[in-house]
Ligand binder design. Structure first.
Ligand SMILES: [Zn+2]
Ligand SMILES: [Zn+2]
Ligand SMILES: [Zn+2]
Length: 252
């Protein structure tokens, strides 16, 4: 199984429009972050997590020619607003693309993007998607997918476990029941917004705390703002943790 980081940025991305801070002006390509998303592949099975506003660029850069399904973590704009670009896969694959989300996210998507969930028209003139509520483990080809409920401030959202890899973006707290779903991980991908505290996201210190508690072999931090310089954070982390960068691929 391969995990590709399509985007490792926060809602604004890095560089931030109008910002001239050292990270936004940095020459290091690892400081250029599209909005957070990953692609999970195993053979012909390709699962996309979230469809942020940078989706088109991400699909082109990763050279993705087909999708098996889309999994949504939650309905914030930085995770859903690229949904229209899924139409490219309708054209290419001639199928309705299946999307999976918790009940609240499914409802938000069906309301905000109603035209995507109407019966398909033969010309694929608009995106054609189907919505499935997911609440327990399901198999997607060879990949065993388990939704992992986490708290994004006061909003309950989903992270996902893919075999022995977990992707938990946008969170402040992990409930006990969910910790039980995170045992024996090879790779934990975790929210790490910035150094300063935030009401709905983990900062570096909190991310390290949860990384230690979960105890994955390797922890990779994502969803970072322009406060985070890649090389500086990489130097500060223990051997078992590393910041992600756009285009990074992890094989497990
Ligand atoms: Zn986000
Ligand atoms: Zn900046
Ligand atoms: Zn969010």
């Amino acid at each position: 199984m391969k995990i590709e980081f399509l985007g490792t940025g926060s809602s604004a991305g890095t560089p931030v429009i109008t910002c001239y801070c050292p990270v936004c002006r940095s020459e290091d390509p690892r400081n250029r972050r599209l909005r957070a998303s990953i692609l999970v592949r195993d053979g012909d099975t390709r699962l996309l997590v979230d469809t942020g506003p940078d989706l088109r660029q991400q699909m082109l850069r990763a050279d993705v020619s087909s999708l098996s399904a889309v999994l949504y973590t939650h309905f914030h704009a930085d995770h859903i607003n690229g949904i229209d670009d899924l139409r490219a896969f309708n054209f290419a694959q001639k199928i309705v693309i299946p999307c999976h989300a918790d009940a609240r996210t499914a409802e938000e998507l069906e309301t905000r993007f109603r035209y995507c969930f109407l019966p398909p028209d033969s010309a694929w003139a608009k995106p054609s998607l189907s919505m499935h509520r997911i609440s327990a483990t399901e198999m997607f080809g060879p990949i065993r997918v388990t939704p992992v409920p986490v708290m994004h401030g006061t909003l309950p959202i989903f992270g996902y476990r893919f075999n022995n890899v977990a992707y938990l973006t946008d969170l402040k707290y992990i409930p006990e029941d969910s910790l039980a779903l995170l045992q024996g991980l090879q790779v934990l991908i975790l929210d790490c917004l910035r150094y300063e505290e935030h009401p709905t996201h983990l900062n570096v210190e909190e991310a390290l705390y949860w990384a230690r508690r979960i105890g994955a072999v390797q922890t990779i931090f994502t969803h970072m703002t322009h406060d985070v310089d890649y090389a500086t954070l990489a130097r500060q982390l223990p051997d078992t943790a590393t910041p992600a960068y756009d285009g990074m691929v992890v094989a497990v």
